[in-house]
Write a protein that binds this ligand. Structure first.
Ligand code: CTP
Ligand code: CA
Length: 224
């Protein structure tokens, strides 16, 4: 009923959004994670829904309040996130705002690691997580028409993000400068550069909600 009553430029479109960090268990009490409040991904899910999209919001354990009016799928690890994304396809567009942990433990320990009397330090062995954005970008069948990645960088933002766009095979990258002095991580504002096939477009610094609305609008134009 809700869907039938929803108008807007994205009515009838399914858009998938990943958001938040992933947590990769080390042992039953510890994990590896990225810093991510989930604020930008959550704002984007809301903005897409406001334009009439049917949104699947796949989130890791994030502090941000879950968006309303969207289908929420909660996951913990990168591998669970990939499975949830695959299960949510097909989609007209997919936006990968999650801060996915690049590595997990080569093997998760079934019991808590304990300090030893001699002070010997543990050595952790890592395995690389699947790249969800690259996996979806490179699908030969069932690839969303528009695939958008994020790139959080601390230097040479445009150069790194442009290279990342090519490497991952996505259509757009929304890049931002997350050096601590920008106050973007954990803050309410964002300063982004949108990288497309046409080049780089720097947006003025604005509230994350406004970045979300502008990106949702651009997605609507692209899918029109
Ligand atoms: N991403 C993903 N799966 C991963 C890692 C990243 O889907 N395992 C997505 C992120 O959600 C983001 C984009 O890829 O949209 C870029 O993430 P980023 O960490 O900047 O890229 P990496 O390829 O991991 O490169 P870096 O070495 O800079 O971390
Ligand atoms: Ca990474």
């Amino acid at each position: 009923v809700t869907a039938a009553l929803t108008a807007g430029p994205l009515a009838g479109r399914h858009v998938l959004v990943t958001s938040g960090p992933t947590h990769e268990p080390i042992d039953p009490v510890r994990y590896i994670a990225n810093r991510s409040s989930g604020a930008q991904g959550t704002a984007l899910a809301r903005a897409l829904a406001a334009l009439g999209a049917s949104v699947t919001f796949i989130t890791g354990p994030a502090a941000a309040k879950r968006p309303e009016g969207v289908r929420v799928v909660e996951v913990e690890t990168a591998r669970q996130m990939l499975d949830a994304v695959t299960a949510a396809l097909p989609a007209d567009a997919a936006v990968f705002a999650a801060a996915v942990a690049d590595w997990r433990m080569a093997s998760e320990r079934p019991s808590k690691m304990k300090k030893t009397a001699d002070g010997a330090l543990p050595v952790l062995e890592f395995a690389e997580n699947p790249d969800i954005l690259a996996t979806v970008s490179k699908l030969t069948e069932g690839r969303p028409r528009l695939v958008v990645g994020f790139a959080a960088e601390t230097d040479d933002v445009t150069a790194h993000a442009t290279a990342k766009r090519a490497r991952k095979g996505c259509d757009w990258i929304l890049a931002n400068d997350v050096r601590p002095e920008t106050g973007i991580m954990g803050g309410t504002e964002n300063a982004v550069t949108l990288i497309t096939a046409e080049g780089a477009e720097t947006w003025p610094r604005m509230a994350k909600d406004m970045v979300a609305r502008r990106l949702a609008q651009r997605i609507a134009e692209e899918l029109a």
